[in-house]
Write a protein that binds this ligand. Structure first.
Ligand code: C2O
Ligand code: CU
Ligand code: CU
Length: 537
């Protein structure tokens, strides 16, 4: 394990000026902090406004009644800055919620005390390549990785999670994921609901065995489709109920599931009032009957409970939709699962069919528990968004196409599987350029593949904008069950590409040279190789 890491680090020197020295001989700066050995040095000229130590450990938490559940837990400690920047989400497997401001300089000290290599990535944040948590920076048990960056992003609901080579899915499933909420002056000036009325909700699915332990099957069929848990957890809790007062709320959602896609709707037919997406607030609120939320995506809703009666309830559901062509994968999920995984799961063995993808099920319940006078009204305009223009793209007439495919039991991007330091000519991007990129999920291809699955495509680095979505005619029936749930506006870092669909985006590659990943955020797909690096230079 160690040898591999050091090899990776040596290869890395090729791309970064700042050398991550091998751990064979510790240089002078590789002091230990709390017994952890630093693999990189804090910079002497970086003066952090906020400094947080994040320690990854094993832990046992109460999720279901009865036995505690063994999880991987990140616990934070503020070293510099106000204690408000961190909420440890104690008693759950969720990593700490971080609340920071645009412009702040942050030092995050990651101590890995897990019995495995690991590295954290700041999803949606625009940070230098060596601070981005590329798998090649993974640290061993007993080692520390130091991140230093300035928060350049606008206000928004970002998040962070493990990004370890070939085991990201398993590590995120075990608990290595949390929220990274950024605020800024422009957003604060809007006087949106705050404090208790600003609620962050992480939606995930998990399966438990009869000892209440997390069950994760890496069966090939399950990996091809992506892991589906049999139970929905919100903020690490089953049967989640949110008590609210009779006033307006800002509800922030993260789909932190490995592969499950949600079609969110209120059960009483109230439309969803969308105020924000991945990269923060929209220019103006949008109403949708339902909204699709794929793994990695975020959504901010405005919900006013002031007209609701005390004691009334409202449920957020995921509605029925068709995710795959042919229904072939459905069959694989249900009937073909079996073997060891099934036996291990005891009573809940039908983990797949217990809660099939695209079925109708509740996610959380809201109970109006308190009468209280609020003073918030939904603003007509939120925050301005500078529109990106195709004319300004470096490749305006020649979009970079990324073909998404699954065949021979692998998940590929342009026919390629992930390999560290394997940059191909079409993956080199000039710094400070705007690029037109299209994700093609069988839109052009004539092949009627059984493996046409949805792929939530994510790009590291700066946020992008969606230019257009196109779908081919043979997929239009399936597409009609999801298509009015896409938010086209706003800054995005993850976009769901449905079977038969081609999604075109405009993405800036400014400020930082080096490796920035692009991959499917179905974490099983990512681990199967549906991930590549861009080299910005
Ligand atoms: Cu949220 Cu590369 O990941
Ligand atoms: Cu990311
Ligand atoms: Cu995928």
């Amino acid at each position: 394990m160690k040898a591999t890491t050091n090899l990776q680090r040596r290869k890395l020197l090729k791309y970064t000026a700042l050398g991550i020295a091998g751990a064979f001989t510790y240089p002078s700066w590789a002091q230990t902090t709390n017994g952890f050995v630093r693999v990189n040095a804090p910079s002497a000229d970086f003066l952090p406004d906020v400094e947080i130590e994040l320690t990854q450990n094993t832990a046992d938490v109460s999720i279901l009644s009865g036995n505690k559940t063994h999880v991987w837990k990140i616990t934070g400690k503020v070293i510099t800055g106000s204690s408000e920047v961190l909420d440890n989400n104690e008693g759950t497997y969720l990593a700490p919620t971080l609340r920071l401001k645009k412009g702040q300089k942050v030092r995050l000290i990651l101590n890995n005390n897990l019995p495995a290599q690991s590295i954290l990535h700041w999803h949606g944040l625009h940070v230098p390549a060596n601070m981005d948590g590329n798998p090649m920076y993974a640290v061993n048990h007993g080692e520390t990785y130091i991140y230093e960056f300035e928060i350049m992003n606008r206000a928004g609901t970002y998040w962070y999670h493990a990004h370890t080579h070939s085991v990201t899915a398993r590590q995120v499933y075990s608990g290595l994921a949390g929220l990274f909420i950024v605020s800024d002056d422009q957003e604060q000036a809007l006087n949106l609901p705050s404090g208790d009325q600003d609620v962050a909700l992480v939606i995930q699915d998990r399966s438990f065995d009869n000892q209440n332990q997390l069950a994760y099957s890496a069966h090939m069929m399950q990996r091809m489709r992506g892991f589906l848990g049999e139970q929905i957890l919100v903020n690490g809790r089953p049967d989640f109920v949110l008590p609210v007062a009779t006033r307006a709320y800002r509800l922030r959602f993260l789909n932190g599931s490995n592969s499950r896609i949600y079609k969110l709707a209120w059960d009483d037919g109230t439309p969803l009032t969308v105020i924000g997406v991945d990269g923060g607030l929209l220019e103006r609120p949008e109403q949708h009957a339902y909204v699709m939320l794929a793994p990695g995506e975020r959504l901010e809703l405005w919900m006013d409970f002031s007209e609701r009666s005390l004691g009334s309830e409202l449920t957020l559901r995921s509605l029925q939709f068709n995710a795959t062509t042919h229904g072939g994968m459905g069959m694989m999920g249900g009937g073909m699962m079996g073997g060891r995984g099934r036996g291990m799961m005891g009573g809940g063995m039908m983990s797949v069919s217990a809660l099939p993808s695209g079925s109708d099920y509740p996610i959380l319940k809201i109970r109006v528990a308190k009468k209280e006078q609020g003073n918030h009204t939904l603003p007509k305009t939120l925050t301005p968004i500078t529109a990106l223009h195709i004319d300004n793209a470096a490749n305006a007439g020649n979009p970079k196409t990324i073909a998404l495919s699954m065949r021979h039991m692998s998940a590929l991007l342009n026919g390629r599987s992930y390999k560290m330091n394997d940059i191909q000519p079409d993956e080199i991007i000039p710094i400070n350029s705007l690029q037109l990129i299209e994700f093609d999920n069988g839109y052009e291809g004539g092949m009627h593949s059984m493996m046409n699955m949805p792929h939530p495509m994510h790009l590291h680095g700066e946020q992008f904008q969606i230019v257009k979505r196109e779908v081919n005619t043979r997929s239009s029936g399936l597409y009609a069950t999801v298509s009015s749930g896409f938010i086209q506006n706003g800054w995005k870092d993850t976009v769901l590409v449905m079977p038969g669909e081609k999604v075109t985006i405009l993405k800036p590659f400014n400020d930082f040279k080096g490796l920035f990943m692009y991959h499917c955020h179905n974490l099983e797909h990512e681990d199967m190789g549906m991930m590549r690096d861009f080299l910005i230079k």
